[in-house]
Design a binder for this molecule. Structure first.
Ligand code: G4P
Length: 537
């Protein structure tokens, strides 16, 4: 690897997402990571922003999450001379599309599981995405201070769910009321557990494993049981292989109790010592009008990045939006001229921010792996590639074919313009997918989760003063359409004029009423490609 200053900056960056099922302890762990890295001084600030789990309706919950996500969806911290970018993943299952996209912006994931519940439904879905992308996963087994499951049992489940072997890095001694602490298998020392949230990691007592007499005296049967299970685990797990972890073929496992600040430092250190620095990213480059794959290295001098999230301003009076860009290469400095590749237009942000210490701050400089937020009045879409000149387009940001469709009916026809503007912007933000039937008629909204409709209906009214009614319609799916030749495409669109629609990015889609529909159309037009997933390209 190069020894340039750019390469050095890149090497000291870590960009990861925390994934978990609600209540496993993601917020608590996030807060402790920020606290112990020095990014925040007092515990409670992340927690305070977290939506109440007992909101009166699911919908309110989402609105709150939206508010929170502006403030804390990206957090940057400095630890051991490393810049760590932590990306939160929205918790609600109906917003899984958002989460998938966040996962395209990271180089690793930290999976938090509740030691009593193991791998739960929502974690499973997120794991699938990580697996598809070969994202390395660090596992944190939380809540060891509770009456939880046996560690071997948990490892077994994680292994099965992840489809890769676990390599324990720490090992618990006891659990619940008799939780004695964790053994650090690398340093061969035991950190003794004490409950409470005031204690700093360095305040915990440590005992060397070589002092077996003391350990046995202090922890009695718990120690013997832990020593036995530790041996069994060591026999059952492979040797730690860093490369295998980076290739998503092993997961290191840590045990602890987030709320008690216990076992958290080990995770923070693992992010520095084990997690990968920013990785090369795939893009396509247009050469002689033909797209060619090009791998962009993080320490290339030219600036490039991709918009993986667009967040409308929470203030209804301001139409500006923040485009979150994951930098793929180069260095960002204020005032730099950047171009949106899709339109060829210059990006003219009103402000550019980073997320150090959870505050939005004007950015001084940023490098590959960093997330920067560009506030704009428009002109930027989800999936857009931003560069300082080069014509390339990052690939891999997924849009999933919706499974739920509704027709939009405007209550006051005089508000048509506002409705169109609102739908265009919400579509660009990825809040919902908007389809314009080519044969004319009412716009269609497509969603992956039911709640997306409610949020969009509310936001259209609140932010665009467009009051809509949503009506069910016959469609149950969509497939994005491509063909090898324009003539083939034309033959297809001529055959199904009523079924063709354009989405927010003007990509052509075929609307279907049942899975048989697609099969029949495919049989009739074998040379047409039907895509259930659209990658921005
Ligand atoms: P989430 O973001 O994954 O949804 O989880 P969050 O951190 O909010 O944690 C969910 C609940 O689990 C919280 O309790 C939190 O205090 C608790 N918790 C987190 N880590 C641990 C742990 O290591 N041990 C134990 N015993 N509990 C833990 P709550 O009662 O819902 O909220 P609060 O009133 O305690 O804040």
């Amino acid at each position: 690897m190069s020894s340039s200053p750019l390469a050095a900056e890149t090497r000291r960056r870590r960009t990861f997402a925390i994934i978990s099922h609600p209540d496993a302890g993601k917020t608590t762990l996030t807060e402790k990571l920020l606290l112990f890295s020095g990014a925040i001084q007092i515990a409670g600030s992340v927690k305070a922003r977290k939506a109440s789990r007992h909101a009166t309706s699911d919908w309110m919950e989402i609105e709150k999450q939206r508010g929170i996500s502006v403030a804390s969806s990206v957090m940057q911290m400095l630890y051991r001379d490393h810049v760590i970018n932590l990306l939160d993943t929205p918790g609600h299952k109906d917003f899984s599309e958002d989460t998938y996209r966040v996962l395209t912006a990271v180089d690793s994931a930290l999976m938090v599981i509740d030691a009593a519940n193991g791998v739960e439904a929502q974690t499973r879905r997120l794991i699938e995405v990580c697996r598809q992308r070969n994202t390395p996963i660090i596992t944190f087994v939380n809540k060891m201070d509770r009456e939880v499951r046996e560690p071997l049992d948990i490892l077994d489940e994680v292994e099965r769910e992840l489809g890769m072997p676990c390599v324990p890095m720490t090992w618990p001694v006891g659990k619940g009321k008799s939780f004695g602490g964790i053994v650090n298998l690398r340093t061969q020392a035991m950190t003794v557990f004490e409950s409470g949230s005031e204690r700093r990691p360095q305040d915990f007592e440590t005992l060397p494993l070589s002092d077996a007499g003391t350990l046995r005296r202090r922890f009695e049967g718990e120690w013997d049981a832990a020593a036995e299970s530790m041996e069994l685990a060591a026999g059952a797990s492979p040797e730690w292989d860093h490369q295998a972890f980076l290739d998503a073929k092993q997961t290191p496992v840590f045990f602890g109790s987030g709320v008690n600040n216990f076992g958290v430092m080990e995770v923070l250190d693992a992010l520095v010592d084990l997690a990968p620095a920013p990785q090369p990213r795939k893009s396509s480059l247009i050469v002689n009008r033909q797209p060619q794959e090009k791998i962009i290295q993080p320490d290339e001098p030219a600036f490039s990045g991709v918009v993986f999230k667009v967040q409308a301003n929470m203030d209804a009076n301001h139409r500006d939006r923040i485009a979150f860009v994951r930098m793929a290469s180069g260095k960002y400095t204020p005032g730099m001229k950047l171009k949106v590749q899709r339109t060829g237009k210059e990006l003219r942000p009103t402000s550019v921010v980073t997320f150090l210490s959870q505050r939005r701050e004007a950015v001084d400089e940023a490098y590959a792996g960093d997330i920067i937020g560009f506030t704009t009045h428009g002109g930027v879409q989800l999936g857009d590639t931003i560069t300082d000149g080069a014509s390339l387009q990052f690939t891999g940001l997924p849009f999933f074919a919706p499974e739920l469709f509704m027709t939009v009916l405007l209550k006051n026809p005089l508000r048509t313009k506002q409705l169109q503007q609102g739908l265009a912007q919400l579509g660009e933000e990825g809040a919902i997918q908007v389809f314009r039937p080519q044969a004319g008629g009412a716009m269609l909204l497509g969603a992956v989760g039911q709640l997306q409709f409610e949020v969009v209906q509310h936001r259209l009214k609140a932010e665009y003063d467009a009051d809509i009614r949503l009506e069910g319609c016959q469609y149950t799916g969509a497939r994005w359409i491509t063909a090898d030749t324009p003539a083939e495409l034309r033959a297809f669109t001529d055959a199904y004029p009523q079924r063709m629609a354009l989405d927010a990015a003007d990509a052509l889609a075929y609307l279907c009423t049942s899975p048989y529909d697609v099969r029949l159309a495919q049989e009739r037009f074998p040379r047409i490609h039907f895509h259930p997933l659209r990658e921005h390209a």
